[in-house]
Design a protein around this ligand. Sequence first.
Ligand code: NI
Length: 170
Amino acid sequence: MALREINKYPDKVLREKTEPVEEFDGELQKLIDDMIETMYAAPGVGLAANQVGVPKQVTVIDVGVGQEESSLIVLVNPEIVHCGGESSSEEGCLSIPEYTTMVKRAETVKVKCLDREGNSCEIQADGLLARAIQHEIDHLNGYLLIDRIGRIKKEFFRKRYAREHAASKK
Ligand code: NI
């Protein structure tokens, strides 16, 4: 296993549409293992393959990070087939360091996907897991959490980013 570099906003790879996985080969297993290690090292509760520069529909999630029991899940080619309710909560992203914002998402989701061996599975989730799944599937579709906030907040984010980026260049 190896740590991979996490691409940061505004890297273009974060905006590319990812491709479905067709081969469940050694290369995929290595990618998944590396993603898990990179997520835990960050640390974060989720990571999408395009965040480490691989435009494939793969994401790893563990909302139990920092707790005794691991609740690691690996989703390949995930698709949300049902959403219910609505909830707002604070969210961050490993690709947008030192930024958190309130994001409105569905309260519950049902997802169809494949596991790392290519077996089909279905996941029913609510709370933090439902939120993490929606965040990661957004990544796979080229969206970031700043696309899920209002226009004024997004403008505020852009200005803050420009200001901090300018400051770090001095
Ligand atoms: Ni993220």
